[in-house]
Design a binder for this molecule. Structure first.
Ligand code: NAP
Ligand code: GDD
Length: 336
């Protein structure tokens, strides 16, 4: 039975990937950091469900640790001895990274090296996945970004991700480590944190319909992103580590839409005009915005045999449906 170790297990991707790995029969070990508030909401169903091995022993484990605490990482990896390590943990908010650049660099950039070094200490047979990001491309003149596109990070978060992207490649080349980068474009789901724009919008619509919110404050409506469905993207993450050779892959839908498009699509599903609710708050603008990102995932299609199925419209719908349900509402009751 394979063992996997995940940092960031309580994040959007960590929770979906843990489900996938458990379905595939893995023993799953997730790391959570100590927080003053409860931070296991996305994996409660996994903790409470009794995943068992054939011998009746447990298959799902949670450990305290932190990407800024290298000793905890080495200790955990030594004790667990995983076959695969997925580094998903991060201070993942681009705008927040301008407010806390040092912390972001510590977690996102140095945290990756701490895991890579722990793997080197323990044994280089472990396969390693690094959650890289389309943000490393920054502002580009190319309409589509792929594995050959030069990096031009535009935020502390992106810069830290670019550092860990290169360190993953450097450790692969220098120490023959099975280390892969997944360069994932934006991916969303009902488990997306509410501070990201898609979920902020779908959550706000549900609250507006419930009479709990009148105004939705947003920043730049013109930014375009390539939005896919997180559940499909974690399958690509897993596939990257099942190949014979380590490599780096762009994971994307190949279509992009603006924040304005997302507003049009989501509000119109419930028969509302977003212009009556949305107000621009200049504080939500980024000091340095990336105006447009759109991925070319040809390599993942050809080498991993991966392609996304969920369309932009389906994604908006499934997120909205879920947020309405959370408010005790039903999307069908609002559709024309
Ligand atoms: P997410 O929901 O923000 O989850 C990140 C997780 O990292 C959270 O569970 C968080 O813990 C944990 N974390 C934060 N600081 C940590 C630290 N110091 N030590 C250990 N864990 C820490 O992010 P996601 O959307 O699932 O994304 C997963 C990874 O892919 C991230 O690295 C992100 O940067 C990257 N990525 C995401 C996207 C996307 O569109 N979703 C695209 C490209 C790349 P708490 O729960 O305690 O806060
Ligand atoms: N968060 C947020 N809140 N974004 C807003 C808002 C707002 O009120 N108004 C407009 N936006 C715009 C942002 O300026 C950005 O251009 C776009 O909406 C998307 O913002 P986010 O949803 O915060 O995502 P992101 O693209 O910055 O970053 C996400 O995707 C990256 C991959 O490209 C995160 O998941 C990163 O961790 C990930 O690497």
């Amino acid at each position: 039975m394979k063992k996997a170790f995940l940092s960031g297990i309580n994040g959007q991707d960590g929770s979906y990937l843990a489900e996938l790995l458990l379905e595939k029969g893995y023993e799953v070990h997730g790391m959570i950091r100590k927080s003053s508030v409860f931070n296991t909401q996305r994996i409660e169903h996994l903790i409470n469900y009794d995943y068992k091995k054939n011998d009746g022993a447990k298959r799902f484990f949670i450990h305290y640790g932190d990407l800024i605490d290298g000793a905890s990482l080495t200790r955990l990896l030594r004790r667990i001895a995983p076959d695969e390590v997925y580094n998903l943990g991060a201070q993942s908010h681009v705008k927040v990274s301008f407010d806390i650049p040092l912390y972001t660099g510590d977690v996102v950039a140095l945290g990756t090296v701490r895991i890579l070094d722990a793997i080197m200490d323990i044994g280089s047979k472990i396969k390693f996945y690094q959650a890289s990001s389309s943000e490393i491309f920054g502002e580009q003149s190319f309409s589509y970004q792929n594995e050959q596109t030069p990096l031009a990070p535009a935020s502390p978060y992106a810069c830290a991700k670019a550092f860990s992207y290169w360190m993953t490649i450097i450790y692969r080349k220098s120490y023959n480590l099975f280390a892969c980068n997944g360069i994932l474009f934006n991916h969303e789901s009902p488990r997306r944190h509410e501070t990201f724009v898609t979920r902020k919008i779908t959550r706000a619509i549900a609250r507006i319909l419930k009479g709990e919110q009148d105004i939705l404050y947003l920043g730049n409506l013109d930014a375009k992103r390539d939005w896919g469905y997180a559940k499909e993207y974690v399958y690509a993450i897993w596939l990257a580590l099942q190949q014979d050779q380590p490599d780096d892959y762009v994971i994307a839908t190949g279509e992009n839409y603006s924040v304005r498009d997302f507003l049009d699509e989501s509000f119109s599903l419930v028969g509302l005009d977003w212009k009556k609710y949305v107000q621009i708050d200049p504080r939500l603008y980024r000091p340095n915005e990336v105006s447009s990102l759109c991925g070319d995932a040809k390599k993942a299609r050809e080498k991993l045999n991966w392609k996304p199925k969920c369309s932009f419209r389906q994604l908006v719908r499934l997120m909205l449906e879920s947020d309405l349900n959370l408010e005790g509402l039903n999307l069908k009751d609002f559709e024309n």
